[in-house]
Design a protein around this ligand. Structure first.
Ligand code: ADP
Length: 746
């Protein structure tokens, strides 16, 4: 025999509702309205009523039921809610005996379906025995203090009412599989409590039936199947849709499944929350067991009551947590608005973003920086993950408790981040908040091997048959974290919106500040310009007078007096140089640049020409690896940038064999230029200082002097062009000055 497995989807497609068979404990009649002609009957009518199917097909219903009852029956058919009349009592004459039946009606598309089951209970028995039980059960359910307790009570009460050997409460998880959360059973039976069942045990099609038919009884799992005759309904020429038929036979696969579990009779009651199947009350009996319609509907009422209570309990348990999350969120928003920067607000307090979604680690990716708290993967892993998120995430939020399934690299950090919840703050800027949950190695007790749900047994004509082994099957579910609760997901989303609000507000504030700053910068430029301009004149006077003194009265002064005068002249000269530099710098802030397409090779040639005496004198090797591009800029100002940087590269070099390399890095935008030397180098602690005005790292006479304004001026020019400037250097080996310029060609 050759066994192989059928994909779940195929099993799910099994057309249960068109199965065309009923169970033998009742009669099935499909009837055409308004004439009430019998179109189809179940092939057990002979045993029940002594008629052969052919005697009834295409005959009026009155052939079976007397006219008085037919008239009452017709009244029921006009009622809006057809099912509210169920069960309808019928007395049918069989030979010379009157037999009572419970009639249950519904319409399947336009066909009236009448299902008859022999009456077993008398009505007073139902009233006195079962309704008190139901009443008591409902009041007990109301007293439950938790969801689990409620389920336990429910299982107990249903068992009391039905007398089944085992009653289980079976809850579906989001991923479709289910597990037993409460159980009441005969003592010697093995417990199924806590067992998990794969989704395929109750396939989608079966679940749909459970949402339209709240109770389902299979009184005898070994009973023969009864054919509906004719197979196709003569009006539709198709098998009748048995979705709402209570007699509908179970699929052979389901029957086999029940047999494998040793079940002789089964009753299933649906638990519905928000119109979805939340779970099932599954009742099993080892031997056949029939329950009359009234008891089934009592169970159905209990199921519906319990469904409401369940929803209530679940929502209440949820809402306490929701209130807690809302308080965390309020705190975070408060911190964000108080703290200097919103990231501090989210990470620097005892209440931080980890608490918002109950995560063990979180990373805020903002402006290219990664701020991590708690247990998170390494930065290089985060960078890769963020890249993947950026390429694949379209929505504002994404979450999974099995990241590996989407992103196989997650295997490398499953103990930190098997679960991921991410909100995007700005996709274009790659700004995200990521929350992580570690892998939870949970032991799942499967009721049988979940990966072997169905078998096709070939020599039985490709029959589908469910798995046969129901031993406890322990499986370690790997690479999964605890799932993110819906309220945690919405808390994350709400926080995202608050962050965006805070950022937008900060941008507004920043714009105002920028405007203020620009104004005071302009005022400062004007002040520096006017001050340096006005200072120049008296300074010139001092210089000239010192000169006169030396020339005209120098001989009357002794050597010390002459030396002091010379110092005075040197200092005024230096002062003048400083003022000139300041003036130059201040002027830069006041003038408008005239931008035009400029060939940088020309600028560089001019600079090198200008500096050629010194280059030749010191025998400096000039390296230009490739010709420079054309870029739109103010060519006079840009010449100054090159002059300054090349001059410095010449000046600050103590090597015998000096060289300077001037070039740019291809395929960067903005374009990145550099001027590199093998000079004295700069200690990294001075990388920023050297760009401040009048800051020099050496005494006035070393390396040919200078005012310390050159780099400040260069920086101002580059920044006015929208670029940046910085230095990289190894002290003692040489420096490279980089600056960027936006290129139109890229
Ligand atoms: P100045 O050259 O007039 O002193 P700069 O603003 O051009 O002023 O430079 C500031 C300081 O930065 C210099 O005094 C020098 O110490 C340092 N510096 C600038 N360029 C270089 C270079 N290529 N190599 C080493 N040090 C440099």
């Amino acid at each position: 025999m050759n066994n192989h497995f059928l994909p779940i989807s195929e099993y799910a497609a099994e057309p249960i509702k068109f199965i065309g068979f009923t169970q033998p404990h009742g009669l099935f009649l499909a009837i055409k309205e308004p004439e009430l002609t019998i179109l189809q009957v179940s092939n057990n009518i002979l045993q029940f009523l002594g008629f052969a199917p052919e005697d009834l097909l295409n005959q009026p219903l009155s052939k079976l039921i007397d006219n008085e009852q037919i008239n009452i029956f017709r009244d029921y058919l006009y009622q809006q809610d057809l099912q509210s009349s169920n069960p309808i009592e019928f007395i049918i004459k069989i030979g010379d005996k009157n037999v009572n039946f419970d009639g249950v009606i519904h319409r399947s598309h336009d066909i009236l379906i009448l299902e008859l089951e022999p009456t077993i209970l008398d009505k007073s028995q139902v009233f006195f025995k079962f309704y008190p039980l139901i009443k008591l059960a409902i009041s007990k359910l109301k007293g439950a203090d938790s969801l689990l307790n409620l389920c336990q009570i429910l299982a107990k009460e249903v068992r009391k009412i039905t007398g089944f050997d085992r009653v289980m409460l079976y809850k579906f998880d989001d991923d479709g599989h289910g597990y037993v959360i409460a159980e009441e059973k005969l003592e010697p039976l093995e417990s199924y409590l806590g067992l998990h069942y794969p989704e395929s045990d109750i396939p989608r099609v079966a679940r749909e039936l459970f949402t339209s038919n709240y109770t389902r009884l299979i009184p005898d799992t070994s009973a023969e199947l009864i054919e509906i005759i004719p197979r196709n309904n003569p009006i539709t020429n198709q098998p009748t849709d048995l979705t709402n038929s209570m007699l509908r036979s179970a699929s052979p696969c389901h029957i086999q499944y029940l047999h494998n579990m040793g079940v002789g009779a089964s009753l299933t009651i649906s638990l519905i929350k928000d119109q979805k199947l939340w779970g099932l009350i599954a009742c099993h009996h080892q031997s056949p067991k029939y329950l009359p319609y009234e008891i089934r509907s009592a169970c159905e009422i209990l199921g519906q009551m319990a469904s409401l209570e369940l929803a209530n309990k679940e929502d209440n348990e949820d809402s306490e947590y929701k209130i807690y999350l809302a308080s965390i969120q309020a705190k975070l928003v408060e911190y964000m608005s108080i703290d200097k920067n919103f990231i501090d607000g989210l990470t620097n307090h005892e209440i931080n973003i980890l608490k918002l979604v109950n995560a063990q680690g979180a990373v805020i990716c903002f402006d290219g920086e990664y701020i991590a708290i708690g247990n998170t993967p390494k930065q290089k892993d985060i960078q890769k993950l963020v890249k993947w998120i950026n390429e694949n995430l379209q929505e504002a939020i994404f979450y999974t408790n099995n990241l590996y399934q989407f992103y196989p690299d997650a295997e490398n950090f499953q103990n930190l981040a098997s679960g991921l919840l991410v909100v995007s703050i700005s996709r274009s800027q790659k700004n995200y908040i990521l929350w992580f949950r570690p892998e939870v190695l949970q032991t799942v007790d499967w009721g049988g091997n979940p990966y072997q749900p169905l078998e096709i047994v070939e020599d039985e004509g490709m029959q589908v048959s469910p798995r046969k082994s129901f031993e406890l099957w322990k499986e370690i579910v790997q690479l999964k974290s605890l799932p993110w609760q819906p309220c945690e997901v919405s808390a994350a989303l709400e926080l995202r919106n608050s962050i965006i609000g805070v950022i937008l507000r900060k941008v507004d504030e920043l714009q105002l500040l920028n405007r203020d700053l620009e104004r005071s910068n302009n005022e400062l430029d004007s002040f520096a310009y006017i001050a340096s301009h006005d200072l120049k004149e008296p300074l010139r006077g001092i210089h000239n007078y010192s000169n006169f003194l030396i020339e005209d009265y120098g001989e009357t002064l002794d050597e010390d007096g002459q030396s002091k005068l010379r110092t005075l002249m040197r200092l005024t000269q230096r002062m003048e140089d400083l003022i000139d530099s300041l003036l130059h710098f201040a002027r830069l802030g006041r003038i408008d640049f005239s931008m035009q397409q400029t060939d940088f090779n020309k600028i560089l040639d001019n600079s090198l020409d200008l500096l050629s005496p010194r280059i030749e004198q010191e025998n400096i090797e000039i390296r230009i690896p490739k010709s420079l591009p054309k870029i739109s800029c103010d060519c006079i100002q840009m010449s100054e940038v090159f002059n300054n940087l090349v001059t410095n590269a010449i000046k600050y070099n103590d090597k015998d064999k000096k060289w300077i390399e001037i070039g740019y890095i291809e395929n960067t935008n903005p374009l990145q230029f550099y001027i590199k030397d093998n000079g004295i180098g700069i200690k990294s602690k001075h990388f920023d200082t050297i760009f401040r005005i009048f800051k020099r790292l050496h005494g006035p006479n070393k390396y040919g002097g200078g005012t310390g304004a050159g780099l400040t001026i260069v920086q101002k020019i580059v920044e006015k062009h929208g670029g940046k400037i910085w230095v990289e250097s190894i002290y003692g080996e040489g420096s490279t000055f980089y600056f960027t310029l936006q290129s139109d060609e890229l």
